[in-house]
Design a protein around this ligand. Structure first.
Ligand code: NAD
Length: 503
């Protein structure tokens, strides 16, 4: 509290998914009242923080970036240990925080408003970006430090206070990140971390919204919970920033470089064990190259290294037991009309090994490629967070776009083609917020808008200058120095044209 972690009665143990017996962090979970109290603390602290000049807040962001950079390896190792993300990827994730700080430290000296001409003389118009107030930020744990930084850094820079509720299974990473932010000299109460389960978070958020101590909700997680959080915010006349799930399509045209497409499908399908919001959902491949693509993709998946995330592997274990349980349920969606072309499915164990790897007791799963997926299948329509990729075919580009849009998500998408016309047609037709050409569905950069449409979100965007609209509200000011009351639309000089004039 007051800028420190809130601890509560019930205790949660975050464990290492590569060695589930190993506890990485033990945290007390807060109840709804404690969540709401943290929001009140933040509200109190925000008033003073907003008075700190934006360039000075930018210096604090610069310090956060330096601190994270100096601690990059230890933070990445902790991420690897806590959620099983391969170390190279975890280091990239930490780099993303530094990139985000690099972008926003300069924003402290911009945060531009405008001067706008008035329709009347002796009158000036201005716009200002005002901080929103308190941002309540709830995040998933598959990107336990980068995704939170997309909220925390711009929110703080803009003069807001934050109450952050990380995913429980990423508690140690969140705690470390909090400590790095706190070391920048942020005043007490400006950034608060609350560990709580979903139900208490929801109830606490409701309390805080009723009390008027939360002015912006940021939520990154499943579409199902995002819908509830969005409804709650809407009832309080707020528009939440919702960053939700994805069922990301990859279209492969007959003119594609198939080697490149296979590499992209492998990375976005099975990298991070398929647990990115931007992970590949379904490959939509032209019927003329379908057979060849599937054969090469299956071969690449079979050769990929899965194992200890501290080593050089494509994928480590699933994030946590909850995700392993859910993933096993997705495997039951495989139907008799499907063909699994990747060999074994399910958890990697002594009885179900992957080559000479028996899983070491960790939450490791075989990567699964399911061919013959049809548009009515659950596997085609719903997000399957984990290492499973569907494959279906198309004959025309219009059909491919229709298939790509059908699940109703709209986060990321990709097309492999050597024809620019195909790339631009696809871009126009696809409903996703992000489009890759000859690149996988994953791989956001810190200064491009990130976000989705449909079931992937409500159109909010993070990153770069676009996120400023989440954490500031425009204020319009007019200043009349004419010394008399000039009425807009009425006391406006008119210059009369001769509209009958013809040459
Ligand atoms: P989740 O929705 O179950 O949980 C996300 C967060 O919300 C967690 O901190 C959780 O404790 C909290 N939560 C759960 N129930 C809640 C409730 N009723 N009220 C308030 N908070 C609640 O998501 P998950 O399964 O942990 O994470 C995976 C999902 O997140 C996937 O769908 C993935 O695609 C999505 N995701 C999206 C993005 C993005 O930027 N679009 C990024 C990462 C993950």
């Amino acid at each position: 509290m007051g800028g420190k972690d809130t601890t509560g009665e019930s205790v949660y143990e975050s464990t290492n998914p590569a060695r589930p017996g190993e506890v990485v962090a033990r945290v007390g979970l807060a109840d709804a009242a404690a969540f709401a109290a943290a929001c009140r603390t933040a509200k109190e602290a925000q008033r003073e923080w907003a008075k700190v000049p934006a360039p000075v807040r930018g210096r604090v962001i610069a310090s956060i970036g330096r601190l994270v950079e100096a601690n990059a390896e230890s933070l990445a190792r902790l991420v690897t240990r806590e959620i099983g993300k391969p170390y190279a990827e975890a280091l990239g994730e930490v780099r993303e925080i530094v990139d985000t700080c690099d972008f926003f430290l300069g924003e402290g000296r911009r945060l531009y408003g405008q001067t706008v001409p008035s329709e009347m003389p002796d009158k000036n118009l201005f716009t200002f970006r005002n901080p929103v107030g308190v941002a309540a930020v709830i995040t998933a744990g598959n990107f336990p430090v980068a995704v939170p930084s997309w909220y925390l850094v711009p929110a703080l820079l803009c003069g807001n206070a934050v109450v952050w509720k990380p995913a429980e299974y990423a508690a140690a990473s969140a705690e470390a990140m909090y400590r790095l932010f706190a070391a920048s000299g942020l005043p007490d109460g400006v950034l608060n971390v609350v560990f709580a389960d979903g139900a208490q978070t929801f109830a606490g958020l409701e309390l805080a919204l009723e009390e008027g101590s939360v002015h912006k909700v940021g939520f990154t997680g499943s579409s199902e919970v995002g819908r509830k959080v969005g409804e709650l915010a809407g009832r309080h006349l707020q528009s939440a920033c919702l960053e939700l799930g994805g069922k990301n399509p990859m279209v492969i045209m007959p003119d594609a470089d198939l080697d490149l497409a296979v590499e992209g499908a492998l990375f976005s399908g099975f990298g991070t064990a398929g647990q990115r919001c931007t992970s590949l959902g379904t490959v939509i491949v032209h019927e003329s190259v379908h057979e060849e693509f599937v054969e090469r993709f299956a071969r690449a998946a079979a050769a990929a290294r899965i194992g200890d995330p501290e080593q050089d592997v494509l994928a480590g274990p699933l994030l946590d037991q909850k995700f392993a349980d859910r993933y096993e349920e997705y495997l039951t969606w495989i139907q008799p009309h499907h063909e699994v072309v990747s060999g074994s499915t399910g958890r990697i164990t002594e009885d179900n090994p992957r080559g000479d790897f028996d899983g070491d007791g960790g939450l490791y799963y075989h990567p699964v490629i399911v061919d013959g997926v049809r548009p009515g299948d659950r596997l085609f329509l719903e997000e399957t967070f984990g290492p499973i990729v569907g494959v279906t075919t198309f004959s025309t580009l219009d059909e491919a776009v229709e298939l790509a849009n059908r699940p109703g998500y709209g986060l990321s998408s990709s097309i492999y083609t050597t024809n620019p016309k195909h790339a631009f047609r696809f871009r126009e037709g696809i409903s996703a917020g992000m489009v890759s050409v000859n690149n996988s569905t994953s791989g956001a950069e810190a200064h491009l808008p990130f976000g989705g449409n449909g079931k992937s979100g409500n159109g909010s965007r993070q990153s770069g200058m676009w996120v400023l609209d989440q954490f500031t509200r425009w204020q319009a000011m007019n200043w009349d120095f004419s010394g008399r009351l000039q009425k807009a639309q009425m006391d406006v000089a008119e210059i009369v044209p001769d509209l009958e004039f013809r040459i």
